[in-house]
Design a protein around this ligand. Structure first.
Ligand code: FDA
Length: 394
């Protein structure tokens, strides 16, 4: 039976960061990973270029039952800190939009950097051993944590749950973090898919006809608004604005879409004065992709020249275009969700160290915890920051 200072379950973003930090503080760390290689989600992230952080990342960019929980870790390890690490490895990067930082080259560089950081533990008398392809058979606690895999049993006084959330099971994602949480009596906030396309049914099925059309909009769910592109798909709605809003959307809620973010509600009234001989469809085609303009105009049902349409009807059409209410009948689920909202309740953890209050020595980090970022590098920043918080406390 091999013994370590800490055992980390999961060699993803949070687990690798945590292992590197603890190793560089002289700790002997074992990382157990179920997949055949570490950092698989990092490798596919950001279209293979890894949107590794967001330069503006702060607590308001995260969803959690306790919105204050993430503050401490995010303040102590910021996006600038991660960027400095990236630059110290000579990895070229660029800012895309809205503070999103990507590798110029490949996400492989981020994984290689994290593995090198783990290897550097030896310089400080520590060691990080990463074992991939390890199926965990059991985890027990009798003062020490005892983890048994198909290969052997290892013990340590500290155990870190870094197995992520269940989003995209096809890539090997599991709910194992929640199983362990239940085993150790830690409460869960009900997990649900987030950053996920929404599906349309009923009458709204008509919008599937314009699959592939995208437009800049402001999408709002439960008072959270995002100004980015929306994309119509063969199942419903996607694109960054919709994915962002999806994290706040609950079944039964409307999703409000402003199709004309740059126009005032009175826009149609003004158009009636300046272009009375123009019809709604023609006017909308000037502002929106033609197929979208047509379907919206058909559903509003105003016929003929604007000059002949009563003001009341134009005002209400203008308002509708600014607050178009979709009633999605669901999401595309964990199979298509980029992340998971919910998870191990933050009430169970120290916000400084990520250690379980009721079981010292047990830690939970990354997506396994009920802290979920917006689209745009925020989720990796939480993985790095929570990994550092735990790694510095092991
Ligand atoms: P992560 O999922 O990275 O790691 C968990 C690890 O645990 C995995 O390696 C898994 O195999 C392992 N594991 C699971 N069960 C296990 C078990 N029973 N035993 C042992 N190991 C087990 N975020 C962002 O900020 N920028 C981006 O560009 C993207 N892009 C992106 C694209 C796609 C397609 C997805 C699905 C997600 C993103 N994300 C993202 C989100 C980001 O990938 C995610 O938030 C982090 O990877 C979470 O890091 P964790 O280390 O917590 O989990």
């Amino acid at each position: 039976m091999a013994s370590f200072d800490a055992i980390i379950l999961g060699a993803g973003a949070a687990g690798l960061m945590c292992a590197a930090r603890a190793g560089q503080r002289g700790k002997r760390v074992l990382v157990l990973e179920r997949a055949e290689k570490p950092g698989k989600k990092i490798l596919i992230s950001g279209g293979g270029r890894c949107n590794f952080t967001n330069i503006g990342a702060g607590p308001t960019n995260y969803l959690s039952a306790n919105p204050h929980f993430a503050k401490s870790a995010l303040a102590r390890y910021t996006s600038r800190d991660f960027l400095s690490l990236v630059e110290s490895y000579g990895i070229a990067w660029h800012e895309k939009t809205l503070g999103q930082l990507f590798c110029d080259g490949s996400a492989k560089q981020i994984v290689a950097m994290l593995l090198e950081e783990c290897a550097r533990a030896r310089e400080s008398g520590g060691d990080v051993e990463i074992r991939c392809g390890e199926e965990i058979a059991s985890v027990e606690h009798d003062g020490l944590f005892k983890v048994t895999t198909s290969a052997e049993t290892s013990t340590a006084p500290a155990l870190v749950i870094a197995t992520g959330g269940p989003s995209i099971p096809k890539m090997g994602a599991t709910s194992y973090a929640y199983e362990l949480a239940r085993q150790f009596g830690l409460k869960l906030v009900e997990p649900r898919p987030a950053l996920v396309p929404l599906t349309l049914g009923g009458e709204e099925i008509l919008f599937r006809d314009i699959s592939g059309v995208s437009a800049p909009v402001v999408a709002t769910a439960n008072k959270a608004s995002f100004a980015e592109a929306a994309l119509f798909t063969h199942r419903g709605l996607s694109g960054p604005a919709i994915l962002q809003a999806s994290s706040y959307w609950r079944p039964g809620d409307p999703l409000l879409v402003d199709f004309l973010p740059d126009q005032a509600t009175e826009w149609l009234m003004d158009a009636k004065r300046t272009s009375p001989r123009v019809g709604l469809k023609t006017l909308l085609r000037e502002a929106l992709p033609a197929r979208l303009a047509d379907i919206l105009a058909d559903r509003i049902g105003i016929e003929g020249d604007l000059g002949n349409v009563p003001d009341k009807a134009l005002r209400s059409a203008g308002e509708r275009l600014k607050r178009w209410a979709f009633y999605p009948n669901g999401t595309e689920g964990f199979a298509k969700a980029e992340v998971t909202v919910g998870g191990i309740s933050t009430a169970e953890l120290s916000s400084r160290t990520m250690e379980a209050k009721r079981l010292p020595g047990l830690f939970a980090i990354g997506e396994a915890v009920d802290v979920t970022g917006w689209l745009g590098g925020y989720n990796f920043q939480w993985a790095w920051a929570s990994g550092v918080a735990a790694g510095d406390a092991l």
